[in-house]
Design a protein around this ligand. Structure first.
Ligand SMILES: [Zn+2]
Length: 348
């Protein structure tokens, strides 16, 4: 991020322009930037939305940004903002998926960040994470299938937009409870995301119909588990586990099998409040191209989670974008240090 330059006469302007000259007005045109891949395109912004991309004749105040590249602002598919509050939007993240928080977190307004929230994980009596980092309300403990079904209903009523279902060490919900949760969540149109780090756990998650893995599993996966997840989604979080070779190998094989890959950091348990350079470097090491990394943090999660205003630079979308120093489809690491973040048309 570039910060505002200290102004010698701050009383002259309540809203001084930032260093790239993005105006604090409702209508402006970004001129001379390039889209990922290299095509040059102007972007006209009005009232927080993109109104035109390409050759733009006139659209308000002119902002020349030659020598820069543009990308959609990012979507982080795995965060815990109740655990470690932060403003992710200034770091280039326009939307996130919060994968465990106490019930009172549903009431928190984090705008301009768009946020899907799971609320408490549905877990066994004394199950993960109620005896460790999540002991203060991050788990909703259930003891049988009926209670499991009821917990989904309660969470949905409280505001849950998806369900988090850990499948990990004992005490652990049995297959019947897991199936009850998935069935009730799907009946209500909610996706289910599981924390499942081992081969047995990831395989069981697929068997009971879980939609997405909250992490790339750490234990080397059996080829049958890889095949089962080829139709599912996997949130990357490579950096959260130190980029182990087994994890990177799993991601490479899951991608080859056709899994939907969603960039995610486990922010809260990790500490970079924004786009995480280390995660991007591990994604490269796992064999993803720059374009694939960009998609995993923009167009793919926008479609997967239903963030319909985000994920691409097109007329009608939110003007939530990154101004970058190089082409992110060739040098994805520049995503982690944007020259400027714009969210809903406002320079942050
Ligand atoms: Zn997490």
């Amino acid at each position: 991020m570039l910060f505002l330059l200290a102004c010698a006469h701050p009383q002259l302007s309540e809203n001084p322009p930032d260093s790239l000259g993005i105006p604090h007005t409702d209508r402006y045109v970004l001129r001379g930037g390039r889209l990922p891949g290299g095509e040059s395109a102007d972007i006209a912004v009005a009232d927080g939305k993109i109104v035109a991309v390409g050759r733009v004749e006139e659209g308000g105040e002119e902002v020349a940004i030659p020598g820069t590249w543009l990308a959609p602002a990012f979507i982080d598919s795995h965060v815990h903002l109740a655990y470690r509050p932060a403003d992710l939007s200034t770091g280039g993240v326009a939307a996130a998926v919060d994968l465990a928080a106490p019930l009172d977190f549903f009431a928190e307004d984090l705008s301009p960040l768009r946020l899907l929230r799971a609320g408490p994980m549905i877990t066994a009596l004394g199950g993960y994470p109620t005896q460790s980092w999540g002991r203060y309300g991050y788990g909703r403990e259930v003891g049988d299938p009926t209670a499991a079904t009821a917990a989904v209903g309660e969470l949905a009523l409280a505001g849950a937009q998806l369900i988090k279902l850990p499948i990990t060490g004992e005490p652990q919900l049995g297959e019947e409870e897991l199936r009850a949760v998935v069935e009730e969540a799907h009946r209500r149109g909610l996706k289910v995301v599981s924390h499942a780090l081992g081969d047995h756990e990831a395989s069981l998650a697929a068997t009971v119909g879980v939609d997405a893995l909250a992490h790339t599993p750490v234990e080397l996966l059996d080829s049958r588990t890889i095949e089962a997840w080829g139709k599912g989604a996997v949130i990357t979080t490579l950096s959260a586990f130190g980029g182990r070779s087994s994890t990177l190998d799993n991601l490479r094989r899951l991608q080859a099998a056709g899994a939907t890959l969603l960039y995610g950091t486990d922010y809260g348990n990790t500490t970079t409040a924004g786009i995480d350079l280390q995660e991007i470097l591990y994604l490269q090491e796992a064999g993803m191209s720059g374009a694939e990394i960009l998609a995993s943090g923009t167009s793919t999660p926008a479609a997967y989670w239903g963030f319909s205003e985000l994920g691409s630079l097109e007329a009608g979308k939110a003007a939530s974008l990154l101004v970058l120093s190089a082409d992110p489809s060739k040098k994805p690491e520049v995503l982690a240090s944007p020259l400027q973040v714009i969210i809903d048309g406002k320079a942050l």
